[in-house]
Ligand binder design. Sequence first.
Ligand code: WT7
Length: 646
Amino acid sequence: MSETLENLLQEDRLFPPPAELAANANVTASAFDDAAADRLAFWADKAHRLDWSKEWDQVLDWSNPPFAKWFVGGRLNIAYNCLDRHVLNGIGDRVAIHWEGEPGDTRTITYADLHTEVCRAANALTDLGVTAGDRVAIYMPMIPEAAVAMLACARIGATHSVVFGGFSKDALAGRIRDASAKVVITADGGYRRGAPSALKPTVDESVAECPTIEKVLVVRRTGQDVDWQDGRDVWWHDVVDNASSEHEAQAFDAEHPLFILYTSGTTAKPKGILHTTGGYLTQASYTHHAVFDLKPENDVYWCTADIGWVTGHSYIVYGPLSNGATQVMYEGTPDTPHRGRFWEIVEKYKVTILYTAPTAIRTFAKWGDDIPAQFDLSSLRLLGSVGEPINPEAWMWYREHIGGDRCPIVDTWWQTETGAIMVSPLPGVTVTKPGSAMGPLPGISAEVVDDAGNPVGNGGGGYLVLNEPWPSMLRTIWGDDDRFIETYWSRFAAQGYYFAGDGAKKDDDGALWLLGRVDDVMLVSGHNISTTEVESALVAHAAVAEAAVVGATDPTTGQAIVAFVILRGGAEVDEATLREHVAKTLGPICKPRSIQVVAELPKTRSGKIMRRLLRDIAEKRTMGDVTTLQDSSVMDLISAGVQAGK
Ligand code: WT7
């Protein structure tokens, strides 16, 4: 990106916080003043929301940037903070997890139950030879044992590396090898799209290539047949159920490695993002309290992410449990056995806070307004979004059709690397704009800068940087400090800023608009245009449910805008009308060269559009690596359609 981005979209709809929520909000505007007065004192205060067995000597050691140490000398146990202290405080009977299996089986797990189960699992892992500092890979479906496994590792100081259950043998083996994991925790399988989907065979194949693995701990979920290697494989119900439920949590150093989580890495070798203990839990816990305004006695919270992503780590396991939340956990897909499954779950458990992703919201909009309308969603009081920029029209759809026009929406920007939410409205404070993540949270410092690292000011566009360290920041890339520096700290080394690849603009009021990865920015006749903005303009047309836009090499304009759209159920529209619509919304420079109607878009397993593959199609190249695609047949469908001129 050589120049700053064009500032194209205009948004003047404003949504102030509901008066009642504002009056009772967990966090009010004074938090910004506190943080501005003394940022480190602010975070020390938030760290005091947790139980420490030893107080820290120093809040932040930033003497050797970019290697941060937070709460230096402090000691705590994460599982103690998520479980024991709640039981000791008399809330052991509170439901921690309402679990809903895809086939409709359910489990209700209280804090006392979860505590017992985690103690047993901690003892079992210890018996299997796992000690503090060892790495444990977790390759699980969305069942309560996934959370139990993570907490049991944390309890004994073992560093977990959760690998998404949809990943292949090579992805799992690569991650096990990179971290030299000693144990894998898995299941025979899980339910997806109405059928049992096996996990154990993939583990067997991976482990065959991974000599560091000593034990494979297997939960029986589906009951399907599994191959068994005596001496290596052990059933969870044998070793965990028979282990003692007494386990005293030992405190670990604030900088003890809590987990490694690999970023998807579409081209290069995946990066093992390392998070540690005290700073991570401080920010995961505080942001969950602040952004979702969680009232643990009354709320029923539901984050629909998979535990294999950072959202599942911070906002299913560590944030909510540290705050004593009651939450829903769902095993399966949103369309099984029918497209109203999510809304049926909201109605059944009277969910009050829902946290999901734009890709899901756009899919629901495509399926039709009539589906959520069949369910009672009146329990909802707050909605969240994460994972990608949310198009203004998708935001409006979410607000109207799910939030009944009354729930505030928090659009939360963060990354695997940031560990916890960084930029987001505060639901009781911020007047929101559809599609904007608004501004950094109290205690967080973010800026939009130009190529030279200078702030662009209101009305300008450029790169989103984080210009102060934050408690839940990644500490390094596992085993590769040089790559850590090179990847995140070299672009603005002179200023010492963290940059992880997102473009952003500040509107005239200073609100932040995330514009997607800078690699996705198009250069059309000398203008930098963001794919996100053109996509949002397309989605703003009544006929369009989803859009993906790429820049294709063009002999006259350098790059030309090529769009792929999915229409809403039953809608029809011609290409010329849509091209004109974009030109009218954003200006003639943004008129796409072509717009292709498609049935599906290529997405990663975490729901992000893979524009790289669409660029291959637009430029009529052989397609690149499709192994991280959720469904690789999608690409054949799209290219067949393009060739047929449909
Ligand atoms: C990238 C990080 C954070 C948990 C899930 C994804 C994009 C994420 C937003 C948002 C615009 C967003 C960014 C970021 N992103 N949230 N609210 N608005 N973009 O974690 O897989 O590490 O991806 O997701 O591009 O850099 P991740």
